[in-house]
Design a protein around this ligand. Structure first.
Ligand SMILES: C[S@@+](CC[C@H](N)C(=O)[O-])C[C@H]1O[C@@H](n2cnc3c(N)ncnc32)[C@H](O)[C@@H]1O
Length: 230
């Protein structure tokens, strides 16, 4: 791997200033729809506290704030430069939205303190994924819902070929041009291709203790949402 996972969040500090623009252009805007669907998986009657892990520049947190206006929302990420970009976006929602520096494999929250949890395009960056899933389980209240969004690999052979060509050849070039950091966008396809998806990832969630685990495949399998209950 070009960039060690242990250090991936320092890479996100480097690309933070252009992160949102690169996302919109490279995904043709579809990333917004994926995040919206992620947030829609959380039941309306959810309790008081919702956490977004690997919150980055805060797009999921803003989508959560729109849907759950009166809840306590906490965004957590190890990359402070990403959080600095989230700060003005979440400011208009007032003190109900809070940002914290922290890693998903050592979440700075008490056991059984969270009613629902989201994580978008961040789990693959965590060095110890089973430990991160155990941490998610630890902080959730019984009955709570965890919703994880991550890239996956399409099963249709033709779509898979087009997708891998786009990820391997196009994204590093254009991501590199937008951000000035080609290695970061090479890491994207290496980390996505190496990461478990579909039932394989669902099994990891079950091993961490989650029940009723379901997988929603989106956009021909390019991205998937994993939902589990504590
Ligand atoms: C591709 S960005 C996704 C950000 C945001 N969730 C979104 O949807 O735009 C990946 C994020 O994972 C964060 N990250 C890296 N290592 C992490 C870790 N160990 N725990 C939690 N987040 C991590 C990075 O700092 C970065 O903000």
């Amino acid at each position: 791997m070009l960039i060690e996972k242990r250090l991936s969040w320092t890479m996100f500090n480097r690309i933070a200033p252009t992160y949102d623009r690169a996302n919109r252009w490279l995904s043709f805007g579809i990333d917004r729809y994926w995040r919206k669907r992620l947030v829609a998986q959380i039941p309306h009657k959810v309790g008081q506290t919702i956490v977004d892990l690997g919150t980055g520049t805060g797009d999921v947190l803003v989508a959560l704030a729109r849907r759950f206006r009166d809840r306590h929302l906490i965004g957590i990420d190890p990359a402070e430069d990403m959080l600095n970009l989230a700060t003005p976006k979440v400011a208009k929602w007032g003190p109900q939205v809070q940002l914290k520096v922290g890693s998903a494999d050592d979440i700075p929250l008490d056991a059984c303190s969270v009613d629902a949890l989201t994580m978008a395009f961040a789990i693959r960056n965590v060095p110890d994924v089973p430990r991160a899933l155990q941490e998610m389980y630890r902080i959730m209240k019984p009955g709570g819902t965890a919703c994880i969004l991550e890239f996956s690999i399409p099963t249709n052979l033709l779509i898979k070929r087009l997708y891998l060509f786009y990820f391997r050849r196009i994204i590093p070039v254009f991501g590199g041009l937008i951000s000035g950091d080609r290695a970061a966008y090479q890491y994207l396809n290496v980390s996505v291709e190496a990461f478990p998806y579909g039932q394989e990832f669902a099994e990891l969630m079950k091993k961490a203790g989650f029940s009723e685990v379901t997988v929603i495949s989106m956009t021909c399998g390019i991205a998937s949402i994993y939902i589990g209950k504590r």
